[in-house]
Design a protein around this ligand. Structure first.
Ligand SMILES: Cc1cc2nc3c(=O)[nH]c(=O)nc-3n(C[C@H](O)[C@H](O)[C@H](O)COP(=O)(O)OP(=O)(O)OC[C@H]3O[C@@H](n4cnc5c(N)ncnc54)[C@H](O)[C@@H]3O)c2cc1C
Length: 489
């Protein structure tokens, strides 16, 4: 059985551990923290991450713990300038069931993922620190120190989900290229708030200052963020002084449970893999929080890596870096643009943090078209093609019930879709190797699936375990699919 040690139980490590555990791998996940974090940190969950959680079987719990109905309320001191309902004009479509950024504190996401992991019999080992490791061609040997003593373990793979200051990255000698701003510092924390309504994320941007006070669903806490007034360290008194000076409103802060600062870092690792050791999440990339991409990119790194680790194929594992490094670089560029847009709003009050919430940050358009894993045997022109996100669609079953393509994909393996009756024979030939599904015009009575996938003739569409299109081929071409599957697995 393949054994994996995941270091770090933030959203990246937990997503990876869930994905590995459901595949039946032997997984351990350790964290040096003595207890689970209760700070809100990443509170914007992007639609593509909700799709990942849908596949892992926790989308419902995640949606229930968050909200999509918070408006962005902009102020000039005590005067409301405008309310912006960022996603008010968007309705979920059959191909995009999760459309808008979900507001949910990071600890709540982590709690749902830990519960899912426990269902597979895996628990986070708290107070357990990776102190050193070495690797050979066939294994990684790791030293874990906890109050139970020092333990040496041998595993097939080690994954560093150990955050921006990653000791694993440093031990590997992986460079972390980029900048750390000496000037752009923000104060942040979780506090209780009296004097503001919970229907809005309250935002004061102007004259170069930023104050953001956001209610956190399902709790009495609010996330507070602000540009500092002076060098005062983060404290309730400092936060209150900022509120008093910059809003002029009778807002009272109390009961802080988290007081911190963050500095704007823009850095990416020059490699995501060294032999049997991988980097994912903040250990591989850090960038401005504007646009809400950090945690989300980590979750999606994990989702890209899980099925490749389960294959233990060296060439497939090599595509983790091939596919995710360009995405990390995209994330740095996109979040830096979002940050610049928010900074511009902080000068002229034209918007709030919504200035950084572009369509791109929903991450639904990210693709791997350039990847060596993407293969279009037929010319797809500008239609959906290999590497693209495989969209959802509503289907009607023979007995009149409704299912979604996401239901068909759910699970750890590939799915071969055959669009049109002419694919039936090819599916029958492959059904003992891959999960298959024939999409007929009768089943697709609303026409969404055929339209979204751009089908005008019988077509095979192979969908990867992480919900991207692996290949497209003519409806009868089972050989092409078989060759592909044999080559990568
Ligand atoms: C105020 C704020 C707002 C944010 N908003 C958003 C947002 O809206 N959307 C978004 O996507 N992101 C947001 N982020 C960023 C997000 O919080 C991070 O990107 C995210 O936490 C990264 O997750 P991770 O699992 O990669 O690493 P982390 O969450 O940093 O987890 C790393 C873990 O590794 C453990 N660890 C480290 N070294 C060791 C070791 N040697 N042995 C064992 N354990 C170890 C640590 O204890 C830690 O628990 C925000 C951040 C802040 C501060």
């Amino acid at each position: 059985m393949i054994t994996v040690l995941v270091v770090g139980a933030g959203p990246t490590g937990l997503t990876l551990a869930c994905d590995l555990a459901r595949r039946g791998l032997s997984v351990r996940i350790i964290d040096r923290a003595p207890r689970f974090p209760d700070s809100s940190r990443g509170k914007g969950l992007q639609p593509r991450s909700v799709e990942v959680f849908d596949d892992l079987g926790v989308a419902e719990q995640i949606l229930q713990a968050g909200t999509q109905n918070v408006v962005f309320r902009h102020y000039e001191r005590d005067r409301v300038l405008r309310d912006v309902a960022l996603y008010g004009h968007l309705n979920p479509t059959p191909e995009v069931p999760y459309l808008s950024t979900l507001l949910i504190p990071q600890w709540a996401i982590e709690r749902v993922l830990r519960a899912r992991l426990a269902e597979f019999g895996v628990r986070v080992e708290l107070g357990s620190e990776l102190t050193e490791f070495s690797q050979s061609d066939s294994a990684v040997t790791a030293t874990i120190v906890s109050d139970r003593g020092t333990e040496r373990v041998e595993v097939d793979y080690l994954v560093g989900c150990d955050g921006g200051k990653s000791g694993i990255r440093k031990s590997l000698g992986v460079r972390f290229e980029g900048d750390t701003s000496s000037t752009q510092v923000m104060l942040c924390g979780d506090v209780e708030v009296d004097g503001l309504s919970t229907d809005a994320w309250h935002q004061w941007l102007g004259d170069g200052h930023i104050v953001l006070i956001c209610p956190l669903p399902g709790t009495k806490a609010w996330q507070f963020q602000a540009s500092p007034i002076d060098d005062s360290p983060p404290s309730l008194a400092t936060f209150q002084r900022i509120v008093d000076e910059r809003t002029g409103l009778p807002i009272r802060l109390s009961n802080p449970t988290w007081l911190s600062t963050y500095r704007i870092n823009v850095r990416v690792a020059d490699r995501l893999r060294v032999g049997r050791v991988f980097l994912a999440g903040d250990s591989a990339h850090v960038h401005p929080i504007a646009g809400g991409l950090g945690m989300n990119t980590g979750i999606q790194d994990a989702y890209n890596l899980g099925w490749k680790l389960a294959s233990a194929s060296d060439s497939l594992l090599e595509t983790y870096q091939e596919e995710r490094l360009p995405i990390a670089e995209w994330t740095l560029r996109t979040s830096s643009q979002s940050s610049a847009a928010v900074q511009a709003s902080s000068r002229d009050r034209s918007a709030g943090v919504d200035a950084g919430m572009t369509d791109d940050v929903r991450q639904l358009g990210l693709h791997y078209r350039w990847s060596s894993l993407s293969r279009d045997v037929i010319d797809r022109g500008d239609r959906l093609q290999a590497g693209d996100r495989a969209p959802d669609a509503q289907l009607t079953t023979a007995d009149g019930g409704r299912i979604r393509l996401f239901d068909v994909f759910r699970g750890p393996g590939f799915t071969l879709l055959g669009f049109g009756a002419g694919c039936a024979e090819a599916l029958a030939r492959l059904t003992d190797r891959i999960q298959t599904h024939l999409v007929t015009p009768e089943e697709d009575e609303d026409g969404h699936a055929f339209a979204t996938y751009g089908i005008d003739a019988d077509t095979l569409v192979l969908v990867r375990p992480d919900g991207h299109v692996a290949m497209t081929a003519a409806g009868e071409d089972s050989d092409a699919v078989l060759d592909y599957v044999k080559a990568i697995m």
